[in-house]
Design a protein around this ligand. Structure first.
Ligand code: NAD
Length: 368
């Protein structure tokens, strides 16, 4: 495990704990970073990958501190990694051993991440009685099945209409990545009267200015494996999706897909970041100068983590939808108002908001 350069990473927020785990009996190597617990026990996923560094886990844990605070959850940020190839490893053995090793680390609540899933969370729960993202049979709320993040994106969209010249009725939508987030964003936006005009996946992209039926596209992708099999639609390149004529663009697949080279050509009035870090810092500046309303990832895509927190506190699926709507609407409004009033980009406004919430919570803790 690479050396962790404390001096370059510690700041006024954290990390509170960095725990390295090694169990030679089952060849387990892992790390947990609990970044900050002022708002409550930290929630964050366990990533299984053979190339994750401690510093990367710290950065992911910090991102969770910001996301959970911005979402207004009673939880801090944490993250964990098991160093193994999730495709070839004996996942059950490693996950169970990892769970036993973090039994006493009660300020960290594990969830699924890359390389782990709800079954891994069921093993974790079986070992230590603590995990989110559980299967339905164990009281879990399957967030991808119910489209928690896509639902939140549609709520976010509704709030943006107060900040720009946009009506959801008839608004044209382009989606990069017609997967769990993108497909459900399209569905919930269509329920509000918006019209899908382009969508992409790993196989390519399709467009139709007259509108694409979201359910038909979902069925085509399920049956044929890609959106490109949609009959009657125009085939587009992956890049062309970003510059089609539309009002709302939802990047919901790859990091950094909006960059300095395409940010100038984006036609949308509003970008709702479904994926994590879908735009470079340079692109976000360009979009701000062009007055494109660009709602950052940890505000727009917080539906999943809000759903996980509701599950952890014993809430229901209906309760999760209620919390997602309430929190995402309020936070989007606060971020966009602050961005407008202080003339700063929405990401900076969101980071300030999250940091202030963590600092206020820290001020309420015993100081020694
Ligand atoms: P997913 O695997 O269900 O869907 C991803 C989609 O993107 C797939 O349809 C895939 O074919 C497509 N894709 C892959 N490469 C592409 C490319 N180069 N161009 C266009 N499309 C491409 O994943 P997901 O759960 O929808 O997550 C998508 C993103 O959203 C990830 O960045 C994830 O971290 C983030 N996110 C997900 C959730 C959630 O609730 N699932 C919550 C917050 C953030």
């Amino acid at each position: 495990m690479p050396h962790f350069a404390f001096d370059s990473f510690c700041d006024d927020l954290g990390p509170a704990k960095v725990v390295h785990i090694y169990d030679p009996d089952c060849d387990l190597r892992g790390v947990v970073v609990v970044d900050n617990v002022a708002c409550g026990p930290s929630i964050g996923g366990i990533r299984m990958a053979d190339d994750v560094s401690t510093e990367e886990v710290f950065r992911l844990a910090r991102a969770m501190s910001m996301k959970n605070a911005a979402a207004g959850l009673p939880h801090g940020g944490g993250k964990a990694a098991i160093l193994a190839d999730s495709k070839t490893a004996d996942r059950q053995r490693l996950v169970r051993a990892f769970a036993r090793a973090i039994r006493e680390l009660t300020e960290y609540i594990p969830g699924p991440d890359m390389g782990t899933d709800e079954t891994c969370m069921a093993w974790t729960y079986d070992e230590i009685g603590r995990a989110v993202g559980l299967p339905r049979v164990l009281g879990g709320i399957p967030l991808d099945e119910i489209g928690a993040t896509g639902f939140g994106i549609a709520q976010c969209a509704e709030v943006t209409t107060a900040y720009c010249d946009l009506k959801l009725q008839g608004a044209r939508v382009a989606i990069e990545g017609f997967g769990n987030v993108g497909r459900n964003a399209a569905r919930y936006l269509a329920e509000k009267g918006a019209v899908l005009v382009a969508a992409s996946d790993r196989g390519g992209a399709v467009g139709d200015p007259d509108g694409i039926d979201v359910e038909q596209l979902a069925e085509v992708k399920r049956r044929e494996g890609s959106v490109v099999a949609l009959p009657g639609a125009t085939q587009l390149s992956h890049q062309a999706l970003f510059t089609v004529e539309c009002d709302i663009l939802v990047p919901a697949a790859r990091p950094d897909c909006i960059h300095a080279d395409n940010a100038e050509k984006i036609q949308a009035k509003v970008i709702l970041q479904g994926a994590n870090i879908p735009a470079t810092a340079e692109a976000e500046q360009i979009l701000y100068q062009r007055q494109v309303l660009n709602v950052p990832d940890f505000i727009a895509n917080a539906g999943g983590v809000i759903c996980a927190a509701v599950e952890y506190h014993g809430g229901s699926e209906a309760g999760a939808f209620g919390q997602i709507a309430e929190k995402i609407r309020r936070n989007t409004d606060e971020v966009l108002a602050r961005s407008r009033d202080e003339k700063i980009i929405p990401r900076q406004a969101a980071l300030e908001l999250a940091r202030e919430r963590v600092q206020s919570a820290m001020a309420l803790r015993r100081s020694s």
